[in-house]
Design a protein. Sequence first.
Length: 162
Amino acid sequence: MAHLQNGFRLSHMVELVAYTDGACSGNPGPGGWGVLLRALKDGTIIKERDLSGGDAETTNNRMELMAAITALETLERASTITIVTDSTYVKNGVTSWIHNWKRNNWRTASKKPVKNADLWQRLDAAQDRHHVTWEWVKGHAGHPENERADELARAGMAPFKP
């Protein structure tokens, strides 16, 4: 018999996974973000959605953050989700550094303003209504879903490239 969680049999629960990536041509320069959002049931993909966008003048870190933000903001209701990123900046920022930044009024340990504080605050608010597990994967290492997120990020950047 399957284990119960919140009254639901785990074998019948849908697992949400978002593979996120950012890209930039020049840093700063035109950039894009991409998200491969999947719903799985018993390990089988039951729904998949591609998301992408970009900006004419941005940085790679901002695009990495926008990918994660968009993945969370796209969800219509509170959810349990795993976000897979190849950005140590995003992974470490959201799981470790952000706690001190918030305590220090969005300042670093050296009392300087946190870079991209607007997006960190948006990510913090976006993840508040969800149960998020953060995972890191090595980028450009043949991970199919990460490669797909990278393709989406590059597609999101394309309209902004000269």
